[in-house]
Write a protein that binds this ligand. Structure first.
Ligand code: HEM
Length: 379
């Protein structure tokens, strides 16, 4: 495919090929050196450059070391222990949403629920004190906004503010660790523990890998349930297994990350079927396409949670969390959040309906993330 900058890249769309590429060490995650690029000289540029140094942009053995630490911090028991806190955060947002609906008649589910919940949960993961969570939410909102949507300089200011805040947070966690997952990373002193620059990159990565994806999962699942009343009724009366199936089917049908991060071939690779890639080829794995590959998912365009239930066709695992060495370490946390938030939302507002034509809803621009920009609802 041709990219906007006039260069070419390979798009991998089949399920089998997607998994092959993601598990093959001949596809590197390290971005090519951009020769002649000026050194970052403003706080905002330094923050962006720091985000670029994270583990998704690395290969073994660097990646293996960073990944081992992240996997330990995201151990199932640590993630599961977040349940009561996530329930409390989701309940607080639901109460705010109820008040807003009462006051204004309509509300945007993305703004009121799907965006703030993952950001607040990352606040828990990073051990951000409650008093600072509103700032974290605001800075995250700003850095995720197009530069022309805010006052001049606002996006850069938010990047700098996040950079300073995370730098101070790391110093504080070194001094006085909390029971959060990030403190576990800061204090992992096993061979190859993280230095301050790596911790900073990790904090940025956790924020950006964790909030936008989960926001899209919550927004897309809500939209799918609002437009599939039969599935919504089945979920409301079907118990936890049915909600888990709704989440899996949303991940497959509306993959929050449409594509992985870029890969580059380190040598020529023949993927079969006429796809002979030269060394140095840029490659994007289209997770959304792989998840609708008809050879693996019958009726791929239909939203059918029952396919994941006992008695359903029990398809191959979807690829929404990737595959291979970079498989998402936050998958368990994202599933936990969604299976708490969605039943709470739809139980609390049994009459919730869309306040806009679903065909007219704007989607986020860009090649990698996918989700509705707004989901206006009325109670
Ligand atoms: C990596 C999807 C939530 C942290 C990935 C990858 C995918 C993905 C596809 C691999 C990308 C690639 O190979 O280029 C998702 C989806 C989510 C989600 C769909 C929500 C629905 C989260 C959460 C966190 C997280 C909640 C943590 C708070 C990460 C990290 C990586 C990653 C750190 C890099 C792993 C590595 O390089 O080894 N995610 N993610 N993700 N994700 Fe997630």
């Amino acid at each position: 495919m041709e990219l906007a900058n006039g260069t070419y890249a390979w798009l991998v769309t089949g399920y089998r090929q997607a998994r092959e590429v993601l598990a093959d060490p001949r596809f590197s995650n390290v971005p090519p050196q951009r020769a002649g690029r000026p050194k970052p000289d403003s706080p905002a540029e330094r923050a962006r450059a720091c985000l670029a140094r994270h583990m998704l942009n690395s290969d073994a053995p660097d990646h293996t070391r960073l990944r081992r630490l992240a996997t330990a911090a995201f151990a199932p028991r640590r993630v599961d222990a977040l349940r009561p806190r996530i329930e409390r955060l989701a309940a607080g947002l639901t109460a705010d949403l109820a008040a807003r609906l009462e006051r204004e008649g309509t509300a945007d589910l993305v703004d009121a629920f799907a965006f703030p919940l993952p950001v607040l949960v990352i606040g828990e993961v990073l051990g951000v004190p409650e008093a600072d969570r509103a700032d974290l939410r605001e800075w995250t909102y700003r850095v995720g906004s197009p530069a022309d949507a805010l006052a001049p300089g606002a996006v850069d200011e938010a990047w700098s503010a996040l950079h300073s805040y995370f730098t101070a947070l790391i110093a504080e966690k070194r001094r006085a660790p909390g029971d959060d997952l990030f403190s576990a990373l800061v204090h992992d002193t096993d061979e190859g523990g993280l230095d301050d620059a790596e911790l900073l990159a990790m904090a940025f990565l956790l924020l950006f890998a964790g909030y936008e994806t989960t926001m899209n999962l919550l927004a897309s699942a809500s939209l799918l349930l609002l437009t599939h009343p039969g599935e919504r009724a089945a979920a409301l009366h079907g118990g936890p297994g049915r909600w888990a199936a709704v989440v899996e089917e949303t991940l497959r049908h509306a993959s929050p990350l449409e594509g992985t991060t870029w890969r580059r071939t380190t040598e020529p690779v023949d993927l079969g079927g006429g796809a002979a890639l030269p060394a140095g080829a840029s490659v994007l794995v289209a997770l959304a396409a792989a998840n609708r590959d008809p050879e693996h998912f019958p009726e791929p365009d239909a939203f059918r949670p029952d396919r994941h239930l006992p008695g359903g066709e029990r398809p191959a695992p979807h690829a929404a969390f990737g595959h291979g060495p970079h498989f998402c370490p936050g998958a368990r946390l994202a599933r936990l959040e969604a299976t708490i938030a969605l039943p709470l939302l739809f139980d609390t507002f049994p009459g919730l309906s869309l306040a806009a034509d679903p065909a007219e809803l704007p989607y986020r621009p860009g090649l990698l993330v996918r989700g509705p920009r707004e989901v206006p609802v009325k109670a």
